[in-house]
Design a protein around this ligand. Sequence first.
Ligand code: NCD
Length: 299
Amino acid sequence: MRHIIGAEQFTRRTLDELMKSARSFEKGKQNIIKDKILATLFYEPSTRTRLSFESAFIRLGGSVISTENAKEFSSAAKGETVEDTMRVINHYADVAVIRHCDAGMVARAAAVASIPVINAGDGPGQHPTQSLLDLYTIYRELGHLDNLHLTLVGDLKHGRTVRSLCYLLGNYTNISLTFVSPPELAMNDDIKTHLSEQGITFHETTSLEDGIKDADVVYMTRVQKERFRSDEEYQALKGRYVLTRALVDSMKEKSIIMHPLPRVDEIQEAVDTSPKAVYFKQAAYGVYMRMAILKYVLE
Ligand code: NCD
């Protein structure tokens, strides 16, 4: 049985297969699943991840059951453990997509699951399916995944999407990374160690201007408000980096700007009309990649 828990589980070969499969769904091949049920269980807010998984499963021909505010509306509110919840969902669905507020909790659910479990974000841990759709976006927009310079900007400490993306990038050749963040929100050592082991060079800076000028991909993230102990701490760090139209014009001509969304204030709306801005397309590509992911775990 295949679970998707962390991005480190993927090999280049599987990534190639998923990319190919997403492309075929984008070209129109759909409706390949019958009589299957997807359960989505979200203990944290979501718009894109939950709805795109549900849209993907329905497009494949399946049906969906869902609890969108599982922290309050599932039996977790009564004190049920994630393991007991999973032991029950095992009998209600054929695949489960789970988002949890704490790192490691989706893995705990998977440990007692008799159906495939997909991690849709576990606190500040990982968000592997977002990084798969991020790769697919780069592939579709730039045409290749090797020989790239990516600049990751913002809350690299708590941002689970950038953490998962770094794991996936370990599968590609001639990748260089620039991390732009305040020192308080710098990328954690676990990821840096992994990158070094994979032979990926990375460079850290606090300057957005310097960080973006040679990048093929600028990946913006929001400061993860919900991960701070106090509002003061958050207020002190938010709004530090704002991508303006002038900054975008200083980027390489054939570069792209990505963001997992939701955006707060880190990309000005004036940037949206730039041909480099692909963040809404990125959300759209997500449906095709999630169709590929669902097919992969059900195979
Ligand atoms: C991200 C997440 O939930 O980690 N959103 C998403 O899934 N597209 C990014 C974020 O919330 O900042």
